[in-house]
Structures are given as C-alpha cells and as structure tokens.
Write a protein that binds this ligand. Structure first.
Ligand code: IYR
Length: 224
C-alpha cells in the first residue's frame, strides 16, 4: 500500500503454520517460568546483557514514536543503598498506615513488608522514568501522547528480555517515588515509573505459591 511518506520495506520473518504453533508454545513455556522474586544473588550482572535488554526495551512501540522513556541502570553499591534507604522510608509509612486495609489484605499472600534489603543484593536497578512531555533543544515543551501506555509496553519488553537472558527481576513501586528522580538527578519532565530490581536469582530463591495462581485463558480472553 503506497503511503505518501518516505518508507522502507518491512523486514519481518514469518513462518509456516506448524512452526508458528511450535514457536508460540515454546515462547509461552519460556514466559510461564517468569516470576517476580525478592531473592537475589549478591552478584554483579554483565553490563553487555543489561545493555542488550535495554536496546530491546527501546524497540517498543510508542505513541507517535515519541519513545517517552528514560532508563537509569544503577550498579553503584552506594547509590543502590541510598535508593534502598529512601524506599524503605516510604515503605515504612505505607505499611504503618498509608495503605488501606483493603490494599494490605490484597498484599498479604505476597508476604511483602518494608524490608527492601534485596536492593543492596541485586546486581542492578533499572529505574524507569516516563517523560510526561519532551524538552526541545530551545527549552520548549513537546506534548507526548499515550505516555503511560508507551512506558508500560517498553517495561514489558525489558522484563521479557531480562527473563530470556536468564536474569530475574522485581517490579518495585514504592509510593511516592519522587525520591528516585531526586537521587538520580533526572530533569523536571520525568516521573519515576518503576524501580526494576534486576539480578541473578539466589540459588534458594523462592516465590509465593500465590504467584502460581494464574487465570485460565477462558477467564481473561473472549474470542468474538
Ligand atoms: N510498594 C510496596 C507494596 C506493594 C504493592 C504492590 I500493588 C505489590 O504488588 C507489592 C508490594 C512494597 O513493595 O512492599
């Protein structure tokens, strides 16, 4: 279909149907084994692997292709520790009253609490920022579209890429998260979106059995 804009051919691999089935099932198996964990090994993660996974995140679709995201990969133990301390301060307030009883009840099967010592252990934090608007070279603002959706999709790409590479992660969202932009000196157009804790899983890493309770396809899909 000719478009009246500059174009290039879409170079995308397609497969015979039997191969499609196999690939779809294999990918399901791979992703079914992905779970958030808080049990990380105290071990550095290879920089090149993090970089390649971030490249993958950067290939996510976004509103008007504006790519309204920024990722800060933190491996410096001192900065990680500062982030841990600031996060624990918010989490203490959260568990001591900021969270509603209904919220705490929903979290009960996960066994979470204000202890975020895994931030010190995990090799890397990838702090994901959403750019509510863009900053033009002349200092002006550029409106961004579908920011939350775009950054959410890029985060999904990243989590998938990390799992594919054999790294575990946890989507940590202390609330409020303003301290992350402050500690990492991010510009005023950026809001922290998720603190993604990344690392090798500990040898004895566990997950709550609750995590295995996934909805059956019929419960979350309709075919029309
Ligand atoms: N931020 C808190 C609470 C928390 C909230 C949700 I929603 C979770 O899925 C898990 C935890 C914490 O990290 O402990």
């Amino acid at each position: 279909m000719p478009l009246n804009i500059p174009t290039v051919p879409l170079k995308m691999q397609t497969y015979p149907e039997t191969e499609m089935h196999q690939r779809a099932r294999d990918f399901f198996e791979l992703m079914s084994a992905r779970h958030s964990t808080r049990d990380f090994a105290d071990k550095a993660v290879p920089h090149e692997v993090i970089q390649a996974c971030l490249e993958t995140a950067g290939r996510a679709p976004s509103g008007a292709n504006q790519q309204p995201w920024h990722f800060v990969a933190v491996t410096d133990p001192d900065i990680k520790h500062q982030i841990r301390l600031a996060a624990e301060e918010e989490e203490r307030a959260f568990y001591a009253g900021r969270a509603s009883d209904e919220w705490l009840a929903a979290l009960a099967p996960l066994g979470t609490d204000e202890d975020k010592s895994f931030i010190d252990r995990a090799g890397c934090l990838i702090v994901i920022f959403a750019q509510s608007y863009g900053l033009k070279d002349d200092g002006g603002k550029e409106k961004h579209y579908y920011v939350q959706e775009s950054v959410g999709i890029a985060t999904g790409f990243l989590i998938t890429a990390l799992h594919n590479a054999g790294l575990a992660c946890l989507t940590h969202t202390p609330s409020p998260m303003g301290f992350l932009a402050e500690l990492l000196n991010r510009p005023k157009n950026e809001r922290a979106y998720i603190n993604l804790v990344v690392g090798y899983p500990a040898e004895d890493a566990e997950i709550p059995t609750h995590a295995l309770q996934k909805k059956r396809l019929e419960e979350f899909v309709s075919f029309v």
